[in-house]
Design a protein around this ligand. Structure first.
Ligand code: 2IP
Ligand code: CA
Length: 400
C-alpha cells in the first residue's frame, strides 16, 4: 500500500506542474476562468471560480492513480465536476485521453480552438515525472476500502489573483500564491476515518532572478498502529521536511502553576471569515499569537508545520476535500481534526474526553450540491490533544 502514497505524491507533483504552467502564461490563464454553477458554489464567495486548470488537475489525478490501481478511480471524489462550457456554449467533459494528441484535441474544444494552449496543457498532463523514494515502510491496507477526496486547487481565489510578493509574518502568508495547495486525502470507505494524505504547495518558493516557482509536498499515513510522515524520516538530510521540522520544534512546558497557565496559551490561525465572537475569544487567549491566512489547506499546513498550534473554524464553509488530506497528515503526527460543534455539544453533556474527529464517508442529510460534503460543525485542526482541549474550554460558551 505504500505504492498508493507514492502514486498520490506522483499525481500531486504532476498536478503542481500543471498549476504552475497555467499561471505562467497570463493570456492562457485569462482563458481558463469560468464561473461556478449554483449547486457548486461555495456560498462564502460572491464570485467563485472554476478553472480548467482545476478540472484538469482533478482528472489527471483520477487518470494516473486509476491506471496504477484499477478500480480506485471509481472512489475518487472531488469538488469539481469535469463538465466544462466553452465560449460557444458547448458542453465538454474534460478528461485525460489515451494519448497526448487526443487530450490536446479535447482541450482545444474547451479553449475555443486555441490549439497552442491545448497542446501545452496536454503535454503537462501526459508528462513523465520522477519522484524520490518515499521510505514509507511496508503497510498493507485493502485497496477496496479506500476512498479518495481531491481538492485540485485549494484557495482558487488566491490562485486566480496570483499575488507573488506577499510577505510572511511568523512564517505565515496571509494571502498570495503560497496559500494555494493541492490536497489528496485517502479515507476508509467503511469507517470514514482518514488514512493517508498528500498536501502539495505548488508555489512555495519563488526564485528572485528567474521569477520561477518551485513547490514542496508533505505526506502522512495513519493506519492502525502505523504512523509515518514525510516530516519525520527525512528530518536529517536538509530537504523540505527538515527545514519544516526545524520550525516545528515543540516547546516543552514544565508542570506547575505558571506552566499550567502557559499550557492554556496557544497560537492559532483563522479564516478572515471567522465570526467576531470566536475571534474575540481566541484573541483573548492567544494575544499576538493569532494569525489570518487564506486557504483551508494552507491553514492546515501551518498546523502540520508547527507554525501554529491550531486552526479553528466555526463556520460551515469547509468541505471534506479541504480536510481529508491534512487530517491524515496531522493524525500521523499524533494530532487530528475535530468537529468543533460536536465536541462542544458532548462537553455540554458532560463528556469531556469524548471528542469527535471529522469523518469523510457520510454526507450531510437533506443538503444539496457541495453542501452535502460540508463540515457542518466547523473544525479544529491540532497537533496535540492539549491544544484541542484548550480551544474547547475557551469556546465552551458559544452556541452549538
Ligand atoms: C476554499 C478555500 C478558501 C476557504 C474555504 C475553502 O476552497 O480554501 O480559502 O476559505 O473554506 O472551501 P478561507 O480562506 O476563508 O478559510 P476553494 O478555494 O477550493 O473553493
Ligand atoms: Ca477547497
Amino acid at each position: 500500500m505504500s505504492d498508493v502514497i507514492a502514486a498520490l505524491v506522483h499525481a500531486s507533483e504532476k498536478a503542481a506542474k500543471i498549476a504552475r504552467a497555467c499561471r505562467l502564461e497570463e493570456s492562457l490563464f485569462g482563458l481558463l476562468i469560468e464561473e461556478k454553477k449554483e449547486g457548486e458554489k461555495n456560498k462564502k464567495f460572491v464570485t467563485d471560480f472554476k478553472t480548467l486548470a482545476d478540472v484538469l488537475v482533478q482528472e489527471v489525478i483520477k487518470h494516473d492513480v486509476g491506471k496504477q490501481f484499477p478500480g480506485i478511480e471509481n472512489n475518487i471524489f472531488g469538488e469539481e465536476s469535469n463538465e466544462f462550457m466553452n465560449g460557444l456554449g458547448d458542453k465538454i467533459h474534460v478528461k485525460v485521453c489515451e494519448t497526448e494528441q487526443e487530450t490536446a484535441k479535447l482541450l482545444s474544444k474547451v479553449l475555443d480552438g486555441n490549439m497552442e494552449a491545448a497542446e501545452v496543457l496536454a503535454r503537462s498532463a501526459h508528462q513523465n515525472i520522477v519522484i524520490p523514494d518515499l521510505d514509507t515502510g511496508k503497510i498493507d491496507i485493502p485497496q477496496d476500502r479506500l476512498g479518495v477526496w481531491v481538492d485540485p486547487i485549494d484557495s482558487t481565489f488566491q490562485y486566480i489573483k496570483g499575488i507573488s510578493d506577499s510577505k510572511p509574518n511568523n512564517n505565515i502568508y496571509s494571502h498570495g500564491l503560497q496559500c494555494v495547495t493541492i490536497l489528496i486525502g485517502v479515507y476508509d470507505l467503511h469507517s470514514g476515518t482518514p488514512i493517508m494524505g498528500v498536501l502539495n504547495q505548488p508555489f512555495a518558493v519563488q526564485d528572485p532572478e528567474t521569477q520561477r516557482w518551485s513547490g514542496k509536498y508533505y505526506w502522512g499515513i495513519s493506519y492502525g498502529t502505523t504512523n509515518v510522515c514525510s516530516l519525520r524520516p527525512h528530518s536529517k538530510n536538509g530537504d523540505v521536511s527538515s527545514e519544516s521540522n526545524s520550525v516545528s520544534a515543540p516547546h516543552h512546558l514544565k508542570k506547575g502553576s505558571a506552566a499550567d497557565l502557559e499550557e492554556e496559551r496557544f497560537s492559532a490561525v483563522l479564516s478572515t471569515g471567522e465570526t467576531v465572537c470566536v475571534q474575540t475569544l481566541l484573541k483573548g487567549a492567544c494575544g499576538d499569537n493569532i494569525h489570518y491566512a487564506a486557504g483551508a489547506g494552507y491553514k492546515s499546513l501551518c498546523v502540520v508545520l508547527g507554525f501554529v498550534d491550531v486552526y479553528v473554524f466555526s463556520e460551515d464553509t469547509t468541505f471534506k476535500w479541504d480536510c481529508c488530506s491534512p487530517h491524515a497528515i496531522l493524525k500521523s503526527l499524533g494530532g487530528g481534526m475535530a468537529d468543533l460543534r460536536e465536541c462542544l455539544r458532548r462537553r455540554q453533556d458532560g463528556n469531556l474526553e469524548d471528542c469527535l474527529e471529522l469523518v469523510y464517508n457520510a454526507p450531510v442529510q437533506d443538503a444539496k450540491g457541495a453542501d452535502r460534503w460540508a463540515n457542518k460543525g466547523g473544525l479544529v485542526a491540532y497537533r496535540s490533544r492539549k491544544h484541542l482541549d484548550a480551544v474547547l474550554n475557551l469556546l465552551s460558551g458559544i452556541s452549538v
